[in-house]
Design a protein. Structure first.
Length: 165
């Protein structure tokens, strides 16, 4: 059985994309202004996890989520560079009571669902997505995203002990 997905997608940086498709984040913030035609869009879209995510972006989002009682996955666990879910754009608002609303424009989301990862290039605004040919895996994590090994005692190499005597 082939999964039928909306043709339009919206690229969202991680970990915000994860928060959307898992149902925590009911609104996606945008800085769009009139006459942007996207302000009139309502309907189903795929949620695309953007390829980029900086340490500062991750840290800010993880702290924000923790303040709301949401545990953000570790950065290396967040799929990037493809479709990760779907949602329905129910409304476009300029104010909203949700703590997830930062404005100035909010896309009110409903009917969110996770889908198996599909590698795809992203774009700004709503875009028609295509499955990338070849590699089906999410983008590999950047070095800063990898788990850090427990720091144990450092044992000086032979010949380095003289520095401490």
């Amino acid at each position: 059985m082939t999964l039928q997905l909306p043709q339009k997608a919206l690229s969202v940086r991680q970990p915000w994309a994860w928060a959307i498709v898992t149902g925590y984040k009911p609104i996606e913030n945008r800085s769009w202004r009139r006459p942007n035609p996207a302000l009139g869009f309502r309907g189903p879209v795929c949620i695309h996890a953007a390829g980029g995510m900086t340490r500062d972006e991750y840290d800010y989002a993880a702290r924000f989520m923790a303040a709301l009682g949401v545990t953000c996955p570790a950065p290396h666990c967040l799929a990037r560079g493809g479709i990760i879910g779907t949602a329905i754009i129910d409304d476009v608002v300029r104010s909203h009571p949700s703590p997830w609303f930062f404005g100035p424009v909010g896309l009110v989301l409903a009917g969110v669902a996770l889908v198996p990862f599909i590698r795809s290039a992203g774009n700004l605004g709503f875009f028609s997505w295509l499955q990338s040919s070849g590699d089906e895996q999410p983008l590999p994590p950047a070095k800063w995203m990898l788990p850090q090994a427990e720091a144990g005692p450092t044992i000086p190499a032979q010949g380095q002990l003289e520095m401490f005597v």
